[in-house]
Ligand binder design. Structure first.
Ligand code: MN
Length: 342
């Protein structure tokens, strides 16, 4: 998926402290903003990362939630070939299918319950189109920033179908990392967690999580209470992203409705590097981003080309770079200062 904002800002993403500091875990709600995506009728998506409030959860640097959309109304997804650098894209669907084509030569169908992880690394380009058979489109598109040592890695694509793990009151699929005894073989360059959980009506599930991670709970369906180490809680509505900082060893999720609820749980160690995001690129400074943009506009081999995409636009043009450098923004720490220090 592409960021198709006409004038995307450069977003300098700073990380919280590497070591947890004393104090209670930090909990906060990140609400979504609606952004039009590509496609015949600019299908809307709900974006929770990056935001002014917080731009990274572990290495997770981008989170779009969309649907359930009636494709006859929204026109579905049709994103022409566009580039990526320095990141991985993680596609996860609840309903519908997307046809993926990339410049590694991969032609794949993204299906519900199957993770597709594309590594941009040095440079890749791809197209994403909902299939003609798709009537309802519903899913998430997530990006993972690559650490400096790996961000020049060759383009790659991985596919994995996680088993369904059944817990009292819930079922889950772990597509990245490990949770509740299930672990994904998909390689990541930093410690990460990605899982889908479905909660039965009114069910409560307690999950043992890595206290070195910060976590995010993105609510897809229902209304969910998120409690960290039994200390405090957030009441989250659909499309909200609940954030819990490091130092949390138990996450308790409660479905507050009489219907099933569904969330995507993200986690990772605080990223530990400052990154700059602009359009579909992750870099480290403005000049590098400008060079990535120039390379795409020059149709450089850096990104390769996509075969078989048949949309009306051959490739997405890069938007103009902002005239002025965007001032750095400070991401709040992943733990709260101790009460004594406040
Ligand atoms: Mn993309």
């Amino acid at each position: 998926m592409s960021n198709v904002e006409a004038h995307p800002a450069e977003i300098e993403c700073e990380h919280g402290p590497d070591e947890p500091v004393a104090g209670r875990p930090l909990l906060e709600t990140i609400t979504s903003r609606e952004v039009p995506l590509g496609g015949p009728r600019a299908m809307p998506v709900r974006r929770t990362l990056p935001q002014r409030q917080r731009s990274l959860i572990g290495a997770w640097c981008f989170a779009d939630h969309y649907g359930p959309d009636d494709v006859t109304v929204t026109g579905g997804m049709d994103v022409a070939p566009h580039p990526h650098t320095g990141l991985q894209t993680v596609s996860w669907l609840f309903t519908g299918e997307i046809e993926h084509r990339d410049s590694k030569g991969v032609h794949a169908t993204v299906r519900p319950g199957e993770v597709n992880l594309m590594t941009g690394g040095h440079g890749i380009c791809h197209s994403e189109v909902s299939t003609p058979e798709t009537t309802i489109l519903h899913g998430v598109q997530l990006w993972v920033a690559l650490p400096d040592a790996a961000r020049d890695t060759p383009r790659n694509f991985e596919h994995y179908v996680p088993p369904v793990v059944t817990l009292p009151g819930a079922s889950l699929r772990v597509f990245l990392g490990a949770l509740a005894g299930s672990s994904s073989p998909v390689h990541t360059f930093t410690p990460l967690l990605g899982a889908e959980l479905t909660l039965e009506p009114r069910a409560e599930v307690r999950l043992a999580v890595d206290p070195a991670f910060e976590h995010g709970v993105l609510v897809d369906l229902g209304a969910v209470r998120m409690a960290a180490s039994d200390a405090e809680h957030l009441d989250l509505d659909r499309a909200d992203l609940g954030y819990a900082g490091t130092g949390v060893s138990t996450l308790t999720l409660t479905n507050r409705t009489d219907e099933p609820a569904r969330v995507v749980l993200l986690g990772g160690e605080p990223f530990g590097e400052e990154i700059l995001m602009w359009w579909n690129f992750v870099g480290r400074d403005h000049d590098e981003i400008a060079a990535f943009r120039d390379a795409w506009e020059a149709e450089s081999d850096r990104f390769g080309s996509v075969e078989g995409y048949s949309g009306t636009v051959r490739r997405l043009p890069a938007p103009p770079l902002p005239n002025a450098r965007i001032r750095p923004r400070r991401t709040p720490p992943s733990t709260r200062p101790s009460d004594a220090a406040r």
